[in-house]
Ligand binder design. Structure first.
Ligand code: NAD
Length: 507
């Protein structure tokens, strides 16, 4: 893909290093499509290790004075940044939707969910405060502080090009770190604009750098001695690679991976509400969300049959359109390769013996025949041994796995390789409580189809959905981006006791 783009005469997306646009000189390019029309609309230069090193050096240079800037001043930059992002909301949403393909309203949601983390970051001075114990011993006080780590890096996926970068750099920078962001090369323009707006907000040069690239740039980050922490969000195999290599190079790493979220539907659930929630959560953003709900688990055949009876007309009523169509429920998928991959999974589902109730393959949008569109797809009688159940499809495909009882239904998400999100739909509080307590998944919704936690709580999945032990944003985010130093102090007026040769204890 890369070198072909060099010959296309389109806008080139540059890096942002030390507060300056940098054209990049690798000669390797990534293509940025407009998925609604299926054509290349821009190109992005893929950084060399040397270019990544320049960004890291810029961040290292900026670190001492940013770390020494008092927390409230750092927060003021975040407040101003929030205001600027709000003022540029329409521009950012349009740019995002044109490169990603999600519809405009959803693109605004992407920016807005990131902004909510920036709002949290504005309050980081409070969250970063340490602890204090007066009189821990005779004349002894103990206090702790949370200090920034240094140069930190974020590597982000294509599906939330605004929200996920803001999850990371918002909290990291507010805590006093400096940052190198390596966004997805498939839709890099919004992350770059965020970097520019951060500068406009008064962020000093080098505090937030944006370098574009692929594996070469990522490896340069993972092996660089000056990078102290890496946050990653993307697919699970890469997440595992990032975790293994980053930690092997002495870095603190959190790496979030893929997902296969289940929605368990109890016989007592409000089925109209369930169907309403399911179509949005399964097909919204063409299923390209790590918190999408691609697996429905109705309990009992009556529940399953009622669900399907109500789902079919709801699916038939979905409108697929270009990302700028205000009436469209969802737009195209990100590129032709991903479209092909999803279509292959649909064929695999058929071959594995699942019952294809609605087939989204071959969908063509009139006037946009080359766009990367896939119609909504519904499978019934999917079973846990099927590959299409075990793997993440990441497209507008809803799979129904029928369960006989609560135990069988609850075991499915718990035993799945992924453990990002899960939902239960019921009117039974006791069953919901039991489910939430026992399920082996990181984020749970009770009658909430997409349980993405609010910014002051923390986001993170379990099993192959998350490697490392601290989540994104909220207090977990503050802990990830800081290290604790504990000070034990005494101010004696003179010699008070003899030298101690045994370990001091509190008697
Ligand atoms: P991806 O893994 O292909 O790419 C993510 C990042 O890794 C990109 O910046 C990319 O440039 C880089 N990368 C790609 N290949 C690499 C390699 N071989 N070595 C090093 N770096 C590499 O993911 P994607 O397709 O952009 O995003 C979709 C995936 O992200 C889905 O699996 C989705 O579930 C997951 N996701 C997870 C979460 C979460 O919070 N758990 C959130 C959003 C998306």
């Amino acid at each position: 893909m890369a070198d072909a783009a060099a010959t296309v005469d389109v806008r080139a997306v540059h890096h942002l290093i030390a507060g300056k646009p940098v054209a990049g000189a690798s000669g390797r390019w990534g293509e940025i499509f407009n998925p609604s029309v299926g054509e290349v609309q821009a190109k992005v230069q893929l950084a060399t290790g040397g270019e990544v090193d320049k960004a890291i050096q810029a961040a290292a240079k900026a670190f001492p004075s940013w770390a020494a800037t008092n927390p409230q001043r750092r927060a003021r930059v975040m407040f101003k940044f929030k205001q600027l992002v709000e003022e540029h909301m329409d521009e950012l949403a349009a740019l995002l939707s044109s490169e990603h393909g999600k519809v405009l309203a959803d693109a605004r949601g992407d920016v807005q969910r990131g902004l909510e983390v920036i709002e949290f970051a504005c309050g980081v001075p409070h969250a970063q405060k340490g602890e204090y114990t007066e009189g821990a011993g005779p004349g002894i006080d103990v206090y702790s502080m949370r200090q920034p780590l240094g140069v930190c890096a974020g590597i982000t996926p294509f599906n939330f090009p605004a929200m996920i970068p803001m999850w990371m750099f918002g909290v990291a920078i507010a805590c006093g770190n400096t940052f190198v962001l390596k966004p997805s090369e498939r839709d890099p323009s919004v992350p770059l604009r965020l970097g520019e707006l951060f500068l406009e907000a008064g962020g000093p040069d080098g505090v937030l750098n944006v370098v574009h690239g692929d594996k070469e740039a990522v490896d340069a980050i993972l092996t660089h001695p000056d990078v102290k922490a890496v946050s990653f969000v993307g697919s699970s195999d890469i997440a595992q690679y990032i975790y293994a290599n980053g930690t092997a190079h002495g870095k603190r790493v959190q790496a979030f991976g893929g997902a296969k979220n289940h929605g368990v539907i109890m016989p007592d659930a409000d089925m109209d509400q369930v169907v309403n929630d399911l179509v949005g959560a399964a097909f919204g953003s063409a299923g390209e969300r790590c918190m999408a709900l691609p697996v429905a688990v109705p309990i009992g055949d009556d529940t399953a049959d009622e669900l399907i009876d109500k789902l079919l007309p709801a699916i038939a009523g979905l409108k697929i359109g270009v990302s700028t169509d205000p009436d469209a429920h969802y737009g195209p998928v990100v590129n032709a390769a991903h479209k092909k991959r999803i279509e292959n999974y649909i064929q695999m589902g058929v071959d594995e013996g699942a019952e294809l109730k609605v087939d989204g393959r071959g969908f063509k949008l009139q006037g946009h025949e080359n766009g990367f569109f896939i119609g909504p797809t519904l499978f019934d009688h999917v079973t846990p041994t099927m590959k299409t159940y075990q793997e993440e499809i990441f497209g507008p495909v809803l799979q129904i796995v029928r369960a006989k009882n609560f135990e069988e239904a609850a075991a499915l998400p718990s035993n799945h390789q992924y453990g990002n999100g899960v939902a239960i739909f019921t009117r039974n509080g006791l069953a919901a409580r039991e489910f939430a307590a026992r399920v082996n998944v990181g984020m749970v919704g009770i009658n909430v189809p997409i349980p993405v936690p609010v910014a002051y709580h923390s986001f993170g999945g379990w099993k192959r959905s998350g490697f490392g032990d601290q989540n994104q944003h909220g207090m977990e985010g503050v802990r990830f981006w800081t290290k604790v130093k504990t000070v034990t102090q005494r101010w004696p007026e003179g010699l008070t006791e003899d030298s101690a040769f045994i370990i001091p204890t509190m008697k």
